[in-house]
Design a protein around this ligand. Structure first.
Ligand code: PLP
Length: 380
């Protein structure tokens, strides 16, 4: 019986404990070997493995019908570990030109130093993807729902196209969460979640994870996280585990609110153009409704027609929807892609991607709908 078992007597905690220990004591050398060989459960050094990351990894892996899960210190940590463990010098990546700004910068600014090149494509243009994949390609990297124009990919088709060329399909599922979409079941090799966003959901933990079925990929990713030091802290993992208890409630409420806000904005006298895949006017409405079978997410974008000044006025005016460049918390927030996630992208490319000077991205929270309408009215 361990010391903590003695302190607890016959009782057991209902809430899960936090194990901040950086190191674990072991009875002898044989026990260490049995743990390292995988014959027995146990821990040794927290950078390699600790109980709070293990609990979170297994919870989210179950949600994705995955065989393994690896937790990292951030969404970018999970993406970096995936790229670093699957790619080598001379490899070629095909990536969606609408991926998260951090991912875009990683592939553009960091990976070329390691001899990895990227071709950017519009993933909604399957002929363009097919053409890019003709260059020998090791990885196709896409997002289930893109940022900030909330485009939705046909993941099944992309998985077939990548598979027929022996390229691994990596899907960043952050905007969807496993409640809307399980990319592994559509043929993806690795699914990534930034749990800093909806899964953590309370704007208080920075965390990410990668999940998959092929154990070899999982083993390599586990080693990458430890060697490159991308491991997450026990406290953040514990917060995320706590958040998962309400994930379904939060996703259902925020997605319902987003769909209602989109409809409200569509008939609002201000006639602000709006991007939301649950509106029939959105170009991917048909994938979104067939692929998710649910209101397609809590994210939408609106376009103010007078550019930066109008955006600043929108941010200063009214109450209740703070300018906070992240997403997926309980509170409705707004962000400005041209000045945050896509600040480094030049003007011509922003125009091509549709990231205009007046584009504002809204992360809809779980407040009562009436409050969201009132707050939005105060800002328009
Ligand atoms: C935020 C985000 C990331 C990066 O996650 P961090 O936890 O901030 O590192 C990756 N992909 C998408 C789609 C995101 O929104």
């Amino acid at each position: 019986m361990s010391a903590s078992d003695q302190e607890l007597g016959l009782s057991r905690p209902v809430a899960s404990p936090i194990y901040p220990s950086t190191v674990y004591s072991l009875p002898d050398l044989d026990a260490l070997d049995r743990i390292n060989d995988g014959h027995d459960a146990g821990y040794n050094y927290a950078r390699d493995k600790h109980p709070n990351a293990a609990a979170l990894a297994s919870q989210v892996a179950t949600m994705h019908d995955a065989e393994w899960g690896v937790i990292a210190a951030s969404g970018m940590g999970a993406i970096s570990a995936t790229l670093l463990s699957l790619l080598k010098s001379g490899d070629h990546v095909v990536a969606s030109d609408q991926v998260y700004g951090g991912t875009m910068q990683l592939l553009r600014q960091q990976l070329p130093r390691f001899g990895v090149t990227t071709t950017w494509v519009d993933c909604n243009d399957l002929a363009a993807v097919e053409k890019a994949l003709r260059t020998p390609t090791q990885m196709l990297f896409v997002e289930t729902i893109s940022n900030p124009l909330v485009r939705v990919c046909d993941l099944k088709r992309l998985a077939d196209m990548a598979g027929s060329r022996d390229a691994k399909l990596i899907v960043d599922n952050t905007f969807a969460t496993p409640l809307l979409c399980k990319p592994l079941s559509l043929g993806a090799d690795v699914v990534i979640e930034s749990m800093t966003k909806l899964m953590g959901g309370h704007s208080d933990a920075t965390l990410g994870g990668a999940f998959g079925k092929d154990p070899k990929i999982g083993d390599n990713l586990t080693v990458a996280v430890s060697r490159w030091g991308m491991n997450a802290s026990p406290f953040d993992c514990w917060l995320a585990t706590r958040s998962l208890a309400t994930l379904e409630l939060r996703v259902r409420a925020s997605n319902h609110n987003a769909a209602e806000l989109a409809r409200w904005l569509e008939i609002h006298p201000k006639r602000t153009p709006i991007h939301y895949p649950g509106l029939p006017s959105h170009p991917d409405y048909k994938y979104a409704t067939s692929q998710f079978g649910h209101e397609p997410g809590n994210m939408l974008s609106i376009e103010l027609d007078c550019g930066r000044d109008a955006v600043n006025a929108f941010m200063r005016r009214g109450t209740g929807i703070p300018f906070a460049p992240s997403l997926g918390g309980t509170v409705t927030t707004c962000s400005y892609p041209a000045g945050t996630s896509h600040k480094f992208v030049d003007k011509a490319e922003k125009d091509r991607l549709g990231i205009t000077e007046g584009l504002i991205r809204i992360s809809v929270g779980v407040e009562p709908l009436k409050e969201i309408f009132r707050n939005m009215e105060s800002k328009l």
